[in-house]
Every structure is written in C-alpha cells, then in structure tokens.
Write a protein that binds this ligand. Structure first.
Ligand code: 1CP
Length: 341
C-alpha cells in the first residue's frame, strides 16, 4: 500500500509529497454525474456499493494518495432526528431549524452504527477494495460548522441566527453543541472501527468567528473530539477554513495535521504551528483554471513552503470547484509527484 499520506500525517519521511483533493469525488467528474443521475444525493450516500464506487473514481482517475469516503457532513443531523433535504441548485435545507430548548431536547444522540450504519458499510467495502492501493480518510463536520446548518436551516453567509443564539442564549447553544459533540465522537469512533485510517474534521465556517468567539464557541468542542479519539492511533486532521487568524488557537487542538486554506503561506503557518504538527494544503481552488505553466509554478512554490513544516500533505485550500476540468486536477497530482520526488 502507498503509505506516504499516513507517514506525512505523523511527520515521517516520505518518498514524495502525498496529495489528495478536498471534495475530490463529486460534481466536476463526469463519472460522478453518471452515477448521480440515477438517484438523489442522499440515496447515493445511503447506497454503500454506489458510495464506494464514487469514492474510488478520483483514486483511479487522478492518482491521488488517499481516498476520502463519499458522504456528507450533514448526515449526522438527520441521524440526530432533524429533517434534511438536498434541493437541486439550492443545496442543503433543514426545514425545522433549532430555535428553542424544546428543539435541543428533541435532538437524539443515538449509536452511530444504528443510525449511520450505511456509512460504516461503505467504509468496510472500501477497505476491501482499496487493500493494496491507498489509505481511506473518514470525516465529520466540526460542531460549530454543523451548528450553522442546524440554526440557519441551510447554507448561510453572515450566520446571524447562529451568533444571535451564541450571544443571547449561550446555555442553549452549549447544550446543543454538547449533544452534537457526543454524537460526533461516537460516529468517528465507529468510522475508525470500521476501517477509516485517518479522520478529517471539516470546520468550513470557523473563519466567520472572531478569535475570542472561536475560543469559546467552537474550539473547545473540537478539542473534546480529538482528545476522545487520541487512543485510536488514527491520525486526525483539523481543517478550519479561512482560519489563518485562528492558527495560534488551532495549534492547541491536539490534531496531528492542520489543514490550511490559501490565505496564508505554508511557511508562515509552519512558523506558527511549530515542529509537532503537519500541514495540509493549500492551493487556491481557482488556481486550477490557470494555464499549465503558471499552475506548475504555484505548485512548486507550495511544495517549497511545505518543506518548512514537520510534514506536508498537498491539497487545495478548500473544495475543488464543480467548474474544474478533471485534466487540470490530474495535472496537479502529476506535478506534485514529479516535483517532490
Ligand atoms: O448534487 C450533488 O451531487 C451533491 C453535491 C455534494 C457532494 C458531492 C454535496 C452537497 N456534498 C457532497 C459530498 C461531500 N461533502 C464530501 C465527499 C466528497 C469528497 O470530498 O470527495 C465531503 C467531504 C463533503 C463535506 C461537506 N458538505 C462540507 C465540508 C467541506 C467543505 O466543502 O467546506 C460542507 C460544508 C457540506 C455541506 C454541503 N453538502 C452539499 C452542499 C451543496 C453543501 C453546502 C455547502 C455550503 O453551505 O456552501
């Protein structure tokens, strides 16, 4: 098996810099559309053979050094009893958002194997199919990022209702976060037990928080999750999108790897996080639209900066855009391998 990704997570030497791409399975791939056209997004997530099939697509097409489970951070909320829909064009909708104590009390903290057994079934299929290829990454949403969907009822830009609850009803907010955190711990342990070999916590909207609020309303729950999984030997990656200003705090999360968006240089990030944490990132997803010669120069610059870190896993600074030509993603993978070996 190609273990470069797992080695880089732990800061061990690798033959070349490993790369995977956030949202590498999905809408930019014609092969994904072919499978997806026959069912809804949630049906795809809940059909282990098909979810495994689309997970494997980028491994075969792009040659990345890790697979990431095909699922979504929001299935956790459905498992906790919230209604969840994915509407074409609009994205996720939670028609009954959390507004009061009764809503929080109604949230369930079930056993992940019972409510999300289809995820663990997908992981088990994938470990069989990936046996001699690359490691499998499992994932979850960070509690704060999940909270934004729970309270706003879908995607948001300003997170007004979330902040309003944080500031005007902190007890309610924290009771909700405790439940989400407890279930997430149970869920990640189940993913690791089923065979996930690394786990990434996606905090997509952490960058919307002032440092003081990040320290009170987001990071403590991430720390609790990571502490609860420390015995599992599975490396943990924490990705706080738009989080360069939060890095002094994120470095205390306990994660083995911190994911970086493109708004900070990896050399600066390495100086802040120090010698005990590996870095992942951080090419701007839009840079995949550059012509190849310019794109290659960007890749080379990031590889050079990544040398400053304990370990470096190449990735984009956020998810790959649906508009990206797959050949460009393949070109980046090839560049990373060629330039780093
Ligand atoms: O129509 C479709 O086919 C659905 C599009 C889609 C896909 C392919 C959604 C809806 N989710 C996914 C898969 C997915 N989501 C993966 C697995 C694929 C892979 O990485 O290879 C992962 C890891 C996620 C995680 C996810 N979902 C995040 C965190 C990562 C990030 O990009 O910040 C978030 C915020 C979501 C919520 C979500 N799911 C889907 C949409 C449209 C959204 C909303 C995003 C937003 O609010 O802007």
């Amino acid at each position: 098996m190609n273990t470069d990704f797992l080695k880089a997570c732990q800061g061990e030497k690798t033959s070349r810099t490993p790369i995977w791409i956030m949202r590498q399975a999905g809408r930019y791939l014609p092969d994904y559309h072919k499978v997806r056209s026959k069912m809804t997004f949630l049906e795809l997530c809940k059909t282990p053979e098909k979810a495994a099939e689309v997970t494997l697509q980028p491994v075969d097409i792009l040659g990345v050094d890790a697979a990431i489970l095909f699922s979504d951070i929001l299935v956790v909320l459905e498992a906790m009893g919230m209604k969840l829909e994915f509407q074409e064009k609009k994205g996720p909708v939670l028609p009954e958002p959390i507004t009061c104590r009764a809503d929080v009390d109604r949230l369930q903290v079930p056993d992940a194997e019972d409510e999300l057994g289809y995820v663990m079934a997908t992981i088990r299929i994938l470990r069989q199919e990936l046996a001699d290829k690359v490691p499998l990454i499992g994932f979850c949403g960070a509690p704060f990022t999940l909270a934004t969907y729970m309270i706003e009822g879908g995607s948001s830009k300003a997170f007004f209702n979330t902040k309003k609850m944080m500031y005007s009803a902190p007890e309610l907010y924290k009771a909700m976060m405790d439940k989400v955190t407890d279930f997430t711990i149970n869920y990640l342990k189940a993913q690791a037990a089923a065979g996930a070999q690394a786990l990434q916590i996606f905090d997509s909207w952490a960058g919307a928080l002032a440092p003081i609020d990040f320290g009170e309303f987001a990071l403590p729950y991430v720390k609790r999750i990571i502490a609860a999984l420390k015995d599992s030997t599975v490396p943990l990656i924490y990705f706080a999108n738009n989080g360069a200003t939060l890095l002094e705090q994120s470095r205390t999360s306990g994660a083995d790897v911190l994911g970086m968006d493109w708004r900070i240089s990896l050399a600066d990030a390495a100086r802040i996080v120090g010698p005990d944490i590996s870095l992942q990132g951080n090419l701007d997803p839009c840079a995949l639209l550059l012509p190849e010669d310019k794109l290659e120069k960007r890749v080379a610059a990031i590889l050079a900066e990544g040398k400053e870190a304990r370990g470096h896993i190449f990735n984009l600074g956020h998810g790959i855009l649906p508009e990206t030509p797959p050949e460009k993603a393949k070109f980046v993978v090839e560049c990373v391998h060629r330039l780093s070996s």
